[in-house]
Design a protein around this ligand. Structure first.
Ligand code: CA
Ligand code: CA
Ligand code: CA
Ligand code: CA
Length: 458
């Protein structure tokens, strides 16, 4: 079993990578063989010749000299990046991608090279990637801010860059005995993210998201090659539901989602981490009285002006597919010829999760199947939501959030969020209804006292 799945994707990965490298015959010979110290083109050619002969130390010196002569000379940067990747022991991108391959371990559980390797090896690889990234990141930063001659772009090395960053991310998530493939899965309804796996990561969550976001930028720069690489890191189940043509788009969609989460992770004030990064915990984390009210879609679903605060269990996330999978779907599509843009990673609909049978999101006394307003968007069609700029879930239609602007709304929620000592309540239920509004209007005194359970008493 291991052998079969292995060889299949390996061939496509090898093809993707070799295309990347074959396309990299970028070094234009010049007449001069005497590389002056200020002739970037000639120095780059010298570097390339050394690279061809596997003299990586010498190659690196020439490329560095070329960059000193002309720091915008992209061919020298690419040469330098390829050289440091080649020269770094243990950093063979193809081998690294192979580590992601899952197989059934002796205990019957699915495992991967990342999970079975020794801590020592993981450290070595991790350090190796860091030293390569020292150069790659400089080039990427220049390329994305128009500080190169643009003869060769980041996309040329995006496949290697993706593998290095995904490997880094995989090594981080390994620390909590998990794998990237446990975070993302697919089913007939689309691709899903299980953010519960991220809840376990603690302090390594932000670095993990930052590695994933870097990989995501590379995926966006070169989606077709990246699709093959992404396949190696994601569970096999994602493959059967998307055809090859869609896979690149789905990968970009996933990349966009990860970039958005990472932006939020890197910019949120430290003391508000819990508001955004306690996924689906069945508690009100932002102080508006609603419990796990948001869907992770980069939009405001409850109308309080904040995006993806107090997010619900994200197994409910579904990326829509544009291609019909069966006869019923074909019939549906012919009525509504709308097609979706997979790169936007729109949420089609939320799957109603059983675990919420006992969690009342809006605190109106009804849950899940009795209260589908908690799970349905005001506008069923994601494109319509975009057009109307209305991403509200139905339960939020009548909610109001007083406060003259977003700052004041947040300030009020913060006061409530920190008012956690049931023996010394500063803001009564009546005050909360007036200050924050939100779901507090649905609480009675008994439910109000329950809100304090499990929160810190001072
Ligand atoms: Ca809330
Ligand atoms: Ca929550
Ligand atoms: Ca919100
Ligand atoms: Ca949202």
């Amino acid at each position: 079993m291991r052998k079969n799945t292995h060889s299949k994707w390996m061939w496509s990965l090898a093809t993707a990578l070799s295309l990347g490298f074959a396309g990299c015959n970028l070094f234009h010979p010049t007449d001069s063989r005497d590389a002056d110290n200020d002739d970037a083109a000639a120095l780059t050619l010298e570097g390339y010749l050394e690279y061809q002969n596997s003299n990586y130390d010498a190659a690196r010196k020439f490329f560095n000299k070329a960059i000193r002569a002309d720091s915008s000379y992209s061919e020298a940067w690419i040469g330098l990046c390829k050289t440091v990747i080649k020269a770094q022991e243990g950093i063979n991108v193809f081998e690294l991608a192979s580590l992601a391959q899952r197989y059934e371990g002796p205990d019957g559980k699915m495992t991967s090279g990342f999970l079975v390797m020794s801590d020592e090896k993981a450290d070595t690889i991790s350090r190796g990637i860091d030293s390569v990234m020292f150069y790659l990141n400089q080039f990427v930063a220049r390329d994305t801010t128009d500080r190169t001659d643009k003869k060769v772009r980041f996309s040329t090395i995006a496949d290697s860059y993706t593998i290095l960053q995904l490997t880094k991310a995989a090594l981080r998530i390994r620390a909590v005995n998990s794998q990237i493939s446990s975070v993302v899965s697919a089913g007939s309804s689309g691709m899903m993210m299980d953010l519960n796996a991220l809840n376990d990561m603690g302090d390594s969550l932000k670095p993990f998201l930052s590695d994933m976001a870097a990989a995501a930028e590379a995926i966006k720069a070169s989606p077709d090659a990246a699709a093959e690489i992404v396949k190696a890191y994601l569970p096999d189940s994602t493959r059967q539901y998307f055809d090859d043509e869609d896979y690149a788009d789905v990968s970009v969609g996933l990349a966009n989602t990860i970039i958005q989460i990472n932006d939020r992770a890197q910019t949120v004030e430290k003391d508000r981490n819990d508001v955004f990064f306690k996924f689906g915990n069945g508690r009100d984390d932002d102080g508006d009285g609603c419990v796990d009210e948001e869907a992770l879609d980069n939009y405001d679903n409850d109308g309080d002006g904040e995006i993806d605060e107090d997010v619900r269990d994200s197994r409910s996330i579904v990326l829509v597919k544009k291609r019909p999978q069966n006869v019923e779907d074909v019939a549906k599509l012919s009525q509504d010829t709308e097609t979706y843009d997979l790169t936007k990673s729109q949420i089609d609909s939320l799957s109603v999760l059983e675990k919420y049978n006992i969690i009342d999101i809006d605190m109106d006394g009804k849950t899940t199947q009795e209260d589908l307003d908690e799970w349905q968007f005001v506008y069923r069609n994601p494109n319509e939501r975009d057009e109307k700029d209305n991403h509200l879930l139905k339960f939020a239609i009548d909610l109001s959030f007083p406060g003259k602007d977003l700052d004041e709304k947040i300030k009020n929620k913060e006061l409530i969020r920190h008012d956690t000592d049931v023996n010394n309540i500063k803001y009564s239920l009546e005050k909360r209804k007036k200050m924050v509004g939100g779901c507090w209007v649905n609480y009675d005194e008994e439910e109000f006292l329950k809100w304090f359970e499990g929160r810190n008493e001072k």
